[in-house]
Ligand binder design. Structure first.
Ligand SMILES: [Zn+2]
Length: 598
């Protein structure tokens, strides 16, 4: 048998096969009879779920995944590779890298995602490749193997930890410069000398594995951005954005800053490691702990005190996979905002405007909205400056220095989309197109950076210049603001009288009263500066006939008061009121309210 065809995904699925495999596990003392019965029942009750068996048994019964994978390999008679046995190897690591380099980028990425790597050529059969993976029975693996430029293939099992080590070995070899063994003083007299010095620096400092560890930390910690900031000749600060706040994660010392930027650019696509004077944008793809990691890379040249240094600031945005996109009921919408947004999303046309300060939180709301409406027959296209969420079934266009917003917007017309997501609506290139699309029958999402829904509408009114047209285009405005919450451990009660100026800044109106309880943020080991966690507040304005009338009648002058009045009559609870309620409950400070709700 040249290949092992297995029409299963990540282990046996059909009932008889499942029973027989579970029996196999019991016989080999991996599962008890009781556990096997439970697993069978679980699988039956959750038939739709495609979780691989090894993962299921690990998560539900705490069985070591490697043990189960090894049993799957044994059950289907996949050969088990022991990387420590090198006696039968024919191919060198450099040969494997040559094979990988010869493949189209998309195939390499799929290989990594599926954790499938070429390992060797079969003995006396140069057209048969031996492939290794920790998931030999995964159906995708067989499809992928067939896509490789070899007539035949054999899929072998390699333990997860061995696979990781093997991949690391390949990566290290790839980044090792050919001249590494030549010992020569680094003079950097020419550009190629400089690049060579960078290569040696990357190898010497094990930079690739350091970066891998930073990526793993970021993924584990839920960081949304990773910043690499040069701080002198041999120091680069690494900052993570966690929960919207940037903080120093680690300082990389004893590595030239240029080497860090070079290593990052070399590990990505669409990036030129030799270019240090231009703005660049690209992508880094990888696997961290069996999870795909996608980072969008942005580099900007920055000045340094020493004219001989070529420093760049590099920011990586962590793209969230579809599974990480929150659902609409998981983002904290209040009932009224949820209803308004729900109605807007169920329509086939109109502009849904998302307003707020926190870009990342806005993107999460838009991604959650897309996830709600996505279906195969709906053509959804997004044009994004930086992609934070990857939503399956959505065609996402990432802008870059060679693809500007006007170019992308012009191009998507030919794709005849049903739903379009356009970046910031106050961009003069965006506003007229967004309004036009919404008017002619497309559902358009866009965002705007304002404090409230009413100010968002005021800004849009000015851009649109025509209240009638705007009213007709608009479906709804959903505004959101993020409030940091006080740390319950260290917050300090203070009498309102102690803060006369802060209270004055609130400019309380007639209907509002001074909060009876006020707390101050202090700071302790449990929190950051007295705050721990945050809450997202929403307010929503639907485009009702009354609102449209107000807009149509506002001749050149936006009537904010009338809009607010009609929005509140229709059920909107203003963000400011919600924030003040949190102050009253002792959950946040007046300072937080002042950030957006004055
Ligand atoms: Zn605290």
């Amino acid at each position: 048998m040249e290949t092992k065809e297995q029409e299963t995904q990540g282990g046996p699925q059909a009932p008889q096969m499942l029973a027989s495999f579970l029996e196999h596990l019991v016989k080999n003392q991996v599962l008890t009879l009781g556990q096997a019965a439970k697993a069978a029942q679980w699988k039956q009750e959750n038939a739709a779920e495609k979780r691989p068996m090894a993962e299921l048994l690990e998560q539900e019964f705490g069985i070591n995944r490697d043990v189960v994978s090894q049993q799957i390999a044994q059950y289907y008679a996949f050969r088990v590779i022991d990387p420590r046995d090198r006696s039968t190897r024919h191919l060198l690591v450099s040969d494997i890298n040559r094979i990988l380099r010869s493949l189209p980028e998309s195939v390499t990425q799929q290989l990594l995602k599926a954790q499938l790597l070429p390992y060797d050529l079969a003995e006396n059969q140069p057209d048969k490749i031996v492939l290794v993976t920790p998931n030999p029975s995964d159906r995708d693996i067989h499809k992928l193997a067939r896509a490789l430029p070899f007539k035949k293939f054999e899929i072998c099992y390699l333990k997860q930890s061995d696979w990781n080590e093997y991949w690391r070995l390949l990566t290290l070899e790839r980044e090792k410069p050919a001249s590494e063994k030549v010992v020569a003083p680094v003079t950097e007299s020419s550009e190629s000398d400089f690049e060579g010095a960078m290569d040696r620096e990357i190898v010497r400092t094990l930079l690739s594995s350091k970066l891998d560890n930073i990526f793993a930390d970021a993924l584990r910690g839920g960081a949304t951005e990773i910043h690499f900031v040069p701080q002198g000749v041999r120091k680069t600060d690494v900052l993570f954005r966690l929960n919207g706040h940037l903080s120093l994660w680690v300082s990389m010392e004893d590595v030239r800053c240029e080497a860090v930027a070079t290593a990052l650019k070399a590990s990505g696509t669409n990036l030129d490691r030799y270019e240090r004077l231009a703005v660049q944008q690209g992508l880094i793809h990888g696997m961290v702990e069996k999870r795909p990691l996608r980072l969008s890379v942005s580099t900007i040249p920055v000045l340094s005190r020493d004219p001989g240094l070529r420093h760049e600031s590099v920011v990586l945005h962590v793209m969230q996979e579809t599974e990480s996109v929150p659902s609409l009921d998981g983002i904290g919408l209040d009932p009224h905002s949820a209803e308004v947004l729900g109605v807007a999303l169920s329509g086939v046309r109109g502009l849904v405007l998302f307003a707020g300060f926190n870009q990342s939180a806005l993107r999460a709301t838009i991604a959650a909205s897309l996830k709600t409406i996505v279906k195969p027959t709906l053509n959804i296209v997004t044009v994004e400056e930086s992609v934070e969420f990857l939503v399956d079934g959505v065609r996402q266009i990432k802008l870059n220095p060679r693809l500007t917003a006007p170019d992308a917007i012009r191009a998507i017309g030919a794709h005849d989309p049903d739903v379009v997501v356009l970046g910031e609506i106050d961009d003069p290139a965006v506003a007229p197109v967004a309004l036009k699309m919404a008017n002619i029958g497309q559902l358009v999402f866009s965002s705007i950076h304002t404090r409230t829904g009413v100010t968002a509408l005021a800004r849009l009114f000015r851009v649109a210049g025509d209240g009638l047209l705007l009213g007709d285009a608009l479906a709804a405005i959903v505004a959101q603001q993020t409030v940091r919450k006080l740390c319950p451990r260290c917050k300090q009660l203070i009498p309102p009288a102690a803060l006369p100026r802060t209270i004055a800044h609130l400019r309380l109106s007639k209907g509002e009263s001074v909060p009876s309880t006020l707390y101050r943020a202090v700071g302790c080991i449990d929190c950051r500066g007295g705050y721990r966690g945050e809450e997202v507040l929403f307010e929503a304005i639907p485009a009702t006939p009354d609102l449209r009338e107000i807009l149509a009648e506002s001749e050149g002058h936006f009537n904010a008061e009338a809009v607010l009045k009609v929005a509140m009559r229709d059920g909107m609870i203003p963000l400011r009121r919600k924030a003040l309620e949190l102050v009253e409950k002792g959950q946040t400070t007046v300072d937080q309210v002042l950030l957006f709700a004055v």
